[in-house]
Design a binder for this molecule. Structure first.
Ligand code: IPE
Ligand code: IPE
Ligand code: MG
Length: 252
């Protein structure tokens, strides 16, 4: 059993989602251009993928570019697009060999055709892999994802293919980019910011949150294990009451 996989009967999460934040500040603190922070952030991403596999995590979702990130200066946006391209081109063979299955969520319509093709190629090449599922959230925004799902349902209802009264949460979840994936049990955000920034709003309904103070380029094995340890200490109640073994219930 690898370290951190199970402790005191509390299992590690099977799906961990990370808001990789703080690249710009990491660079700024060192008097470097923001781009250098993003470059180092890519190294942290590679490290985290390896660690997730070793720690027995089944699904790792990484927030790489939000639908709001288009508001950044053109040069930074193109740099981030280039970085994704570089990552897929350079790392795909290694990921495939490591039995990683790659999946990309987010709105592809606004991506350049070559990037879109690359992403599709990565998904097809790794679709039969059975190891870690690596989900890259790129041009991803939860509201956009939910709106696209709602449009699909509305179109089907208007065409008489579904009864509006039959729409339930499972039917909606099947229309989301994350269809078929379990909900994340743990969402980590680095850099000390304590907001969700339009990430997995639907899927994280009952996730535990860990806000780590480290800037993303410094996120290492110890920081990852620390977040998992915090998770294992949480009392997940899902609207119910604490397990009798954990808490004294009843009257004195
Ligand atoms: C996260 O780091 C990377 C992306 C959002 C693409 P930031 O670039 O947001 O870094 P800060 O928050 O400005 O430090
Ligand atoms: C969230 O980080 C998006 C990603 C990590 C890709 P931001 O840095 O863009 O979020 P805000 O603007 O601080 O909320
Ligand atoms: Mg940020």
């Amino acid at each position: 059993m690898s370290s951190g996989q199970r402790e005191a009967g509390v299992p590690n999460p099977s799906h961990v989602a990370i808001i990789m934040d703080g690249n710009g500040r990491w660079a700024q603190m060192r008097g470097l251009p923001r781009q250098e922070g993003h470059r180092r952030g890519l190294e942290a991403l590679r490290r985290t993928v390896r660690n997730a596999s070793e720690l027995g995590i089944s699904v790792l979702t990484l927030y790489s570019f939000s639908t709001e990130n288009w508001r950044r200066p053109y040069a930074e946006v193109s740099f981030l697009m280039g970085l994704l391209k570089h990552f897929v081109e350079k790392d795909l063979a290694e990921l495939a060999a490591a039995n990683v299955r790659v999946r990309v969520i987010g709105n592809r319509d606004d991506l350049a055709a070559d990037l879109r093709r690359l992403v599709e190629h990565a998904e097809i090449k790794t679709r039969d892999n059975t190891g870690l599922v690596l989900v890259i959230a790129f041009n991803y925004g939860s509201r956009d994802e939910i709106v696209r799902a709602a449009r699909g349902l509305a179109a089907d209802a208007a065409a008489g293919r579904i009864d509006p009264a039959a729409i339930d949460d499972e039917m909606l979840a099947r229309r989301l980019d994350t269809h078929g994936l379990p909900d994340p049990e743990l969402v980590i955000r680095t850099s000390g910011e304590t907001r969700i920034s339009n990430f997995l709003l639907w899927q994280a309904a009952y996730a535990e949150f860990v806000f780590a103070p480290v800037m993303w380029p410094d996120f290492d094995r110890a920081a990852f294990e620390d977040a998992l340890a915090q998770y294992r200490q949480r009392d997940r109640r899902f609207g119910g009451v604490a397990a009798p073994a954990d808490r004294s219930v009843g009257v004195a």
